[in-house]
Design a protein around this ligand. Structure first.
Ligand SMILES: Nc1ncnc2c1ncn2[C@@H]1O[C@H](COP(=O)(O)OP(=O)(O)OP(=O)(O)O)[C@@H](O)[C@H]1O
Length: 661
């Protein structure tokens, strides 16, 4: 399922057909399992490349890769350019020397005299060959230094830009596709350096050969061009087809990689075995591979046809060239020595032109991928988290949401926004709980609070300052967050805590304090190598934690960050009853020390610790107030509370008495 250098597996059919299901599976699932995985709706016909457009784009792309090379290593770039330019010129001098040798040898006079006359030109040829060899060595050495540096610089820029965009961009499928295609740009930039140097070299030797031909007879140059045009056309046409195909198929290939990854991934392994998901995934994988193979076959068929047509055209042009040369000789319009030089110049010229076409074609193919990388750079710069902005008040009293409406960009077809005209206050230094049923908008609200998204309508005011205009990095500095799906970094336990503030050098004391704050001492004590235990099961010496143990480390990470506002989204979902109680006590303690806590939880009994509760329902704020007041008011909060309380109050049915007899 590889694309590009084996990953260009082709065109997408816009939909992946529903899989065939065997009888046994039909029985197993109680009916045929016919649905597609949901990846197939992609409409990516944005490419409008034509032959002229490709030629026009080339200088710009070449210049861009030259800029990258200069950025990576200016000295090596200059060495390569100078060496290649002089090498090309040396080839021109060499061709002129050949011309001189031939005219001496074919010209009049005694043989010995003619040979002696050719000696200076032969010496020049030898000197030029020596200089050429030295320059080639210099160029090879400098290119070898330059290429990996170019790839590193391009990759770093790619990763830096990707990490610096808004969360909304990362969730946008078009941007994600660009991230996917652009990842190959750095390796292409590296190869562009190699092809670029060859193109410069071939161009200069071609100019030399063309110059010689023009001097010999004006009609020879257009004939040379006619001879080489077909292969240029065929090579560029095939390159364009492969590139278009790659673009249309990139999502398909991504899905294929994802499927094959799922089949071997430890996290999916239990369900694959218990629910029998393996055959389902394999079927999809096979189907994707087969359609990809069909695309490769289509490309090969087209390439063969184009190549055959181009070869015929080249053959005819070659016959015409040599017929013209013969005609000129027969008509006495050209001397034999000149015709001899012309044959050599045509051969050299067409060889240079062939090389040029081949290398330009390679360069062009790479340039297209570098073009993707540049598009990503531009797009990422547009969607970057803005730097600078208004300073936030040093010690704000409250954060106020005013008529905030927000809908996820990736979910434009949603029936209602995730948050709809929400106005509420978060007083600082208190515990504020967000309560509501699944999907009511609690997580969305805290993501907006943390500056991960900006409202579509309304404002989030830190005292008087609108968060949309504030310095986003300064805002993030004040937030510590334990998200519902916080990252379980595949590093040591110590790093998993200290990554909460990776800009500061971790001290044992600070890590230990954070671990204690989260009540995670026992978790760490049970680890085989304490804080230095690697928490990545797939590595040797790696260890896996339980969900609840991870959750404590997540809380330790947030404690380590020491942000002024602590956001905890379902902090106790994976904790046992005793641990849950302890974590809430600690959260209460944090608030006593002046820390603001924004708490999302479904455990309403724990909400009694909160100073203020906001109740959300379908993206709207429906109730706000201290927990006791909300209970007394008999609204949604009281209803949800009563539902949970009933579960505990419900009597466990007594076991039925054994029947007599
Ligand atoms: N990244 C996302 N992209 C698109 N839609 C999203 C995204 N995250 C959430 N939503 C949608 O936004 C709405 C609110 O989701 P949110 O996660 O804020 O709810 P919640 O109250 O935190 O739910 P839960 O109690 O289940 O955690 C839901 O309809 C959900 O489908």
């Amino acid at each position: 399922m590889e694309l590009r250098r084996g990953r260009r597996d082709g065109k997408t059919k816009p939909t992946t057909p529903a899989p065939e299901v065997s009888d046994s599976e039909s029985l197993l699932f109680g009916g045929p399992l016919r649905y597609d995985t949901g990846w197939s709706q992609h409409n990516d016909a944005f490419l409008e490349l034509n032959f002229r457009g490709m030629v026009r784009r080339l200088p710009g792309l070449l210049a861009a890769s030259f800029r990258l090379a200069r950025q990576a290593d200016p000295r090596a770039t200059n060495t390569v350019l100078a060496a290649e330019a002089v090498r090309g010129a040396a080839q021109a001098v060499s061709l002129l020397a050949v011309n001189s040798v031939l005219s001496r040898v074919i010209g009049g006079g005694a043989l010995e005299e003619r040979l002696r006359g050719a000696v200076p030109a032969l010496v020049v040829m030898a000197a030029v060959a020596l200089v050429g060899a030295l320059l080639r060595a210099a160029s090879t050495h400098a290119t070898g230094r330059l290429e990996p540096k170019v790839e590193r610089v391009a990759t770093e820029l790619y990763l830096e830009r990707a990490a610096g965009v808004e969360l909304a961009a990362i969730e946008d499928h078009a941007f994600h596709k660009l991230l996917d295609t652009a990842q190959y740009g750095a390796a292409s930039a590296r190869r562009m350096i190699m092809y670029g140097t060859r193109v410069v070299n071939a161009m200069i030797s071609l100019i030399a050969a063309a110059g010689v031909l023009t001097v010999l007879h004006w009609a020879l140059l257009p004939l040379l061009v006619t001879m080489t045009l077909p292969s240029a056309w065929s090579a560029l046409t095939n390159a364009r087809r492969r590139y278009e195909s790659f673009h249309v198929w990139v999502q398909h290939a991504r899905a294929g990689h994802l499927l094959s990854g799922l089949l071997t991934e430890p996290a999916a392994a239990p369900e694959i075995r218990v629910h029998g998901v393996g055959p389902f995934l394999l079927r999809h994988y096979r189907q994707m591979s087969e359609t990809a193979e069909a695309e490769q076959a289509r490309l090969a068929r087209l390439a063969a046809r184009t190549g055959l047509f181009a070869a015929g055209w080249t053959g005819l042009a070659t016959v015409a060239t040599y017929a013209t040369l013969g005609g000129l000789l027969l008509a006495g319009a050209m001397a034999l020595s000149v015709a001899g030089t012309a044959v050599i110049a045509i051969r050299t010229g067409s060889a240079s032109l062939d090389t040029l076409v081949l290398e330009v074609n390679q360069l062009h193919e790479e340039a297209l991928f570098v073009g993707d990388l540049q598009r990503l750079y531009t797009e990422a710069a547009k969607r970057a988290i803005p730097a600078g902005g208004e300073p936030l008040p040093e010690d704000p009293r409250e954060i106020r949401f005013e008529h905030v409406t927000f809908g996820y960009p990736a979910d434009s077809g949603a029936a209602r926004p995730a948050l709809d005209d929400v106005s509420l206050t978060i007083p600082l230094g208190r515990i504020v709980a967000l309560v509501g049923e699944n999907g009511s908008g609690k997580t969305t609200l805290v993501k907006l609070l943390a500056g991960l998204y900006t409202p579509d309508k309304g404002q989030i005011l830190w005292d008087g300052v609108d968060a949309a205009d504030a310095d986003r990095h300064a805002l993030a500095e004040r937030i510590a967050m334990v998200a519902q799906d916080f990252k379980r970094w595949p590093f040591t336990a110590r790093v998993n805590v200290a990554v909460g503030r990776s800009s500061a050098a971790p001290t044992d004391q600070r890590v230990a304090a954070a671990v204690a704050d989260a009540g995670a001492q026992e978790v760490v004590a049970d680890l085989p190598r304490g804080l230095d235990t690697l928490l990545a099961r797939n590595f040797s010496g790696g260890h896996e934690l339980s969900g609840g143990q991870w959750q404590r480390l997540g809380i330790a990470r947030a404690a380590y960050r020491r942000g002024r506002i602590l956001i905890v989204d379902e902090p106790t979902a994976a904790l046992d009853a005793r641990a849950e109680l302890e974590v809430f006590e600690r959260i209460r303690g944090l608030a006593d020390s002046g820390q603001t806590v924004v708490l999302i939880t479904h455990r309403l009994a724990s909400v009694r610790h909160a100073d203020l509760v906001h109740v959300l329902d379908q993206g709207r704020l429906v109730e706000s107030g201290p927990p006791e007041e909300l209970l007394a008011a008999g609204g949604l909060y009281a209803e949800l509370y009563a539902l949970q309380a009933e579960q505990f109050a419900a009597k466990v049915p007594a076991p039925a008495a054994p029947e007599a007899g």
